[in-house]
Design a protein around this ligand. Structure first.
Ligand code: PCA
Length: 327
């Protein structure tokens, strides 16, 4: 009987343990033309070339292998070794993952870089505790508000269906009297075309990728926050990777983070012009609207600090100290 139990247990382990050939499939949530996906494809090529074909990374953009919401779990459980996801998409697991979606804490790439420096050790550790190793991370451009009408006050937003992508965007919808509906970026063109949603907070980049001018008319540059994508590898797979190959992958990850961040900056102006060329009105939000949004941002900041506890407060404090020192 004891023997039988042992055999069953061994078989279960053998089935569950991730076994990977030298090909690493890399699911990504955003369209192949998006700058994060382009950066990921270059990273994959760098690793494939750098390891002399020892490890070949094959990217699968547009949520084609796993939908965005399933990518992290697929890596944690060893269904795939590596992948990319929106970091704040995990805010429902742990509030700390939402450090980059606190409204108006940072408004520019430079401030955001300091925030990431302050948060990275905590986020890396949190991911390690979930069997994930952080390889690199790249920000999205600043987040603004999309509508299919002119909006001058929060009251103008009442009842509008709002596409959300994480807890913070859900909460923003609630606090502005809109109706949140969670939709992956890969699905938004259709959602807007069919009226499932008619507004969102996102970057010019995502609106441009998804040609939202076909359905929406206004983009307000609110600069609410800059969320990040990150590339993670299953921690067991990482440990089993030779030191030489780990070094190559680290090098490629460093290049990808640099190149991706540079692209994010470049794409900000380019994609906003793309929205204009598509026929949209692109402009800063008016003062009255900004005042109301800032008040909502304060509520959300307080809520986030409560939810994320001491570790969250330490990230914000460390960021503020860096920002003050840089003045
Ligand atoms: N684009 C992604 C996340 C943030 C962004 O700018 C999205 O809208 O899903």
């Amino acid at each position: 009987m004891k023997m039988l139990k042992l055999t069953v247990a061994t078989a279960a382990v053998a089935v569950a343990a991730p076994v990977f050939a030298d090909t690493w499939d890399m699911p990504m949530a955003y369209s192949g033309s998006n700058f994060h996906s382009v950066t990921g494809a270059e990273f994959a090529q760098c690793v494939t070339t750098g390891t002399g074909g020892d490890i070949e990374i094959v990217t699968h953009p547009s949520g084609s292998l796993f939908a965005g919401a399933d990518i992290k779990r697929a890596i944690q459980t060893g269904q795939v070794p590596i992948g990319e996801r929106l970091l704040s998409g995990h805010q429902n697991e742990d509030a700390l993952f939402g450090f980059d979606s606190i409204p108006f804490l940072v408004g520019s790439f430079d401030e955001h870089a300091m925030l990431w420096e302050a948060a990275e050790p905590t986020i890396s550790e949190l991911l390690e505790s979930q069997n994930l190793h952080l390889l690199y991370s790249v920000p999205w451009p600043p987040q603004g508000l999309y509508f299919n009408q002119e909006v001058n006050t929060v009251a103008d937003m009442a009842g509008i269906r709002f596409r959300s992508y994480n807890n913070a965007t859900n909460r923003l919808a609630e606090l502005t009297g809109m109706l949140p509906v969670t939709i992956e970026a890969a699905e938004i063109s259709q959602a807007f075309a069919t009226g499932v949603a008619s507004s969102m907070v996102s970057s010019g980049s995502t609106g441009y990728d998804r040609r939202v001018w076909e359905s929406l008319s206004h983009f307000y540059e609110v600069d609410a926050w800059l969320p990040r994508n990150y590339v993670m590898v299953n921690a067991d797979v990482w440990t089993d990777t030779s030191e030489a190959n780990q070094n190559i992958i680290r090098g490629c990850a460093g290049i990808a983070e640099y190149a991706g961040t540079w692209r994010a900056r470049e794409y900000t102006g380019f994609t906003l012009q793309g929205l204009r060329d598509g026929g949209m009105t692109v402009a800063p939000a008016g003062d009255a609207l900004m005042d109301e949004l800032r008040a909502i941002g304060e509520t959300m900041t307080t809520e986030w600090l409560e939810a994320s506890g001491e570790e969250g407060a330490a990230i914000v404090e460390a960021y503020r100290a860096k920002a003050a020192a840089a003045q």
